[in-house]
Design a protein around this ligand. Structure first.
Ligand code: FMN
Length: 229
């Protein structure tokens, strides 16, 4: 009798293509969305915020983070931040990001992220690192704001070039190309980003501080905010 019920349940599950196998459930969870060429426009007055451990495992995300990427808390917590990594992003940029974060340095990077439904959104980042008493990193806080359209246009061109070098020649060749480009401009990474944004470091930082106080829309428009017209 018990065997009959088990068989019946198995038949129903198979008919509805439902699996109870934990490996395939896990695989499905790890499956990345297929990117589609549709942008999610961000509200320039709001901040997307997340907190991770020292290795980039998500421990907290604010409401706007989830509203934009389309994942729920239970899908994000405990996951690596690469859950929203877009395949158009060059490895070189994340390598630069981690080099700086591991030294406790901030980095303003332009990042194209992948939402759960396959759409993309561009952000500009601002990081803060927290340490324990022994000086070991315990958390990274990432705040992200919408990036102005003209900056994205320039960055997209650069990322396409970096990605094509990486895909054909490998990351080291792409890294050398990127340092060559900065050397030619006689700039470090941060100066290069500020040049693209057309504002100074103080203006970028104050823009992020403004929005850290409140993640709700504010009437006050910062220098950076005015870039959005
Ligand atoms: C606090 C924090 C926030 C991050 N935010 C993002 C993000 O928004 N998008 C992203 O693709 N990677 C983000 N990363 C970097 C990822 O950890 C990861 O290095 C990146 O997605 C590349 O994935 P991969 O290292 O598996 O290639 C973040 C890392 C940290 C520590």
């Amino acid at each position: 009798m018990q065997t009959d019920v088990k068989k019946q349940i198995e038949t129903i599950l198979a008919d509805h293509k439902i699996t109870t196998d934990s490996t395939s459930i896990k695989n499905k969870r790890n499956q990345k969305p297929t990117p589609i060429d549709r942008e999610i426009k961000l509200d320039p007055s709001r901040t997307i915020m997340s907190k991770t451990d020292a290795r980039g495992v998500i421990e907290y995300a604010n409401d706007y983070f989830m509203e934009i990427c389309g994942y729920e808390e239970y899908e994000l917590m405990g996951q690596p931040h690469s859950i929203i990594r877009h395949p158009d992003m060059p490895k070189v940029i994340f390598s630069e990001l981690w080099k700086r974060l591991n030294k406790g340095e901030n980095i303003h990077a332009f990042v194209k992220n992948l939402a759960k439904d396959g759409r993309y959104y561009w952000v500009l980042t601002n990081f803060e690192t927290k340490y324990d008493e022994s000086g070991a990193i315990i958390s990274h806080y990432a705040r992200r704001k919408a990036a102005p359209g003209n900056a994205i246009y320039q960055i997209e061109k650069l990322y396409k070039t970096l990605k094509s070098i990486e895909d054909t020649q490998g990351i080291e060749v792409a890294e050398r190309y990127f340092s060559g480009l900065l050397e030619e401009k006689n700039m470090n990474y941060n100066e290069f980003i500020l040049e693209i944004l057309g504002i100074n470091e103080k203006a970028v930082v104050s823009y992020f501080i403004d929005s850290t106080q409140t993640s709700k829309p504010t009437k006050k428009r910062s220098v950076f905010g005015r870039l959005f017209g």
